[in-house]
Design a protein around this ligand. Structure first.
Ligand SMILES: N[C@@H](CCC(=O)N[C@@H](CS)C(=O)NCC(=O)O)C(=O)O
Length: 257
């Protein structure tokens, strides 16, 4: 009887150890691959913050290059490494020079932290996650900036027939009405991609902030994250600099023609 008990205890203990080492085997660090040196060329308050924030969320090393308090000085540093397409972010990953924040995030996660900051690849949420990853720049930022540039010269008197800024932001609001984050149940890199254009939309008065309460609540959660705060300390030490002018007015509310 005693021998049986000892045997059972050993079986239970060994299965406990097996599941512990399985948990360790699937923990983030053990699925990560070695990353070449990453340098982020940065403009304060601009899209390059996404990459600083990503690295802070992942707790991975990076170099950050910018001239504090000077967008022109920081841009000169970008031009020195990337004269063909001087944009922020520009990164060097090993010897390669890259632009496009969304592509860089997908590359870094896919190669070096494959199980982190996105839903499981075979879930419906992954499809939504990937949609928002691309929507952030492909539709949202593109239409916000197009409307901003036009309305700065000529304030709009009616909404466009084409999908306009308000419609692109409303689509995000509707998703957040049913989902906590842009990757579904959990924070993901899609939230990192979406914050910049959604902040641009309201801070430049391209849309009416009061119309989007779910986005406002989501922003509060996002900016409370410790990794976001670490990003601010390192990448925006003096607050926002070189703000573009706010629009005096945006398109009037109401349905599109
Ligand atoms: N789609 C690009 C956009 C990059 C971009 O336009 N960055 C702005 C700063 S937020 C920039 O470098 N602008 C410089 C310019 O337009 O001359 C991305 O997501 O990385």
């Amino acid at each position: 009887m005693n021998q049986h008990r000892i045997l059972m205890t050993l079986i239970i203990l060994s299965s406990f150890w097996t599941s512990t080492s399985y948990a360790e085997a699937t923990s983030p660090d053990s699925t990560r691959n070695a990353m070449p040196e990453l340098t982020i060329y940065h403009l304060e308050g601009r899209r390059s913050e996404r990459l600083v924030w990503l690295m802070e969320e992942l707790n991975l090393p990076y170099n950050l290059v910018f001239e504090r308090g000077s967008l022109a000085g920081s841009m000169a540093k970008i031009k020195a490494v990337n004269p063909d397409m001087p944009m922020a972010p520009t990164v060097t990953l090993g010897a390669q020079v890259l632009v496009e924040s969304g592509a860089i995030i997908e590359l870094l996660l896919g190669r070096y932290a494959p199980n982190e900051l996105h839903p499981p690849i075979d879930s419906n949420e992954y499809a939504s996650y990937l949609m928002w990853m691309h929507y952030a720049e492909g539709s949202l930022a593109a239409r916000l900036i197009a409307d901003y540039r036009i309305w700065l010269k000529e304030p709009p008197t009616e909404r466009s027939r084409l999908v306009d800024s308000e419609a692109t932001v409303q689509f995000a609001e509707n998703y957040l009405d049913k989902n906590a984050w842009f990757g579904g149940e959990d924070f993901s890199a899609a939230d990192i991609m979406m914050l910049f254009p959604l902040t641009l939309a309201t801070s430049l008065n391209i849309v009416d902030e009061a119309q989007f309460p779910k986005i406002a609540l989501w922003k509060e959660k996002v900016v409370a994250r410790p990794a976001y705060k670490r990003m601010l300390e390192k990448a925006r030490p003096d607050g926002m600099i070189g703000m573009l002018p706010k629009l005096p007015s945006h398109a009037p509310a109401g349905p599109r023609r």
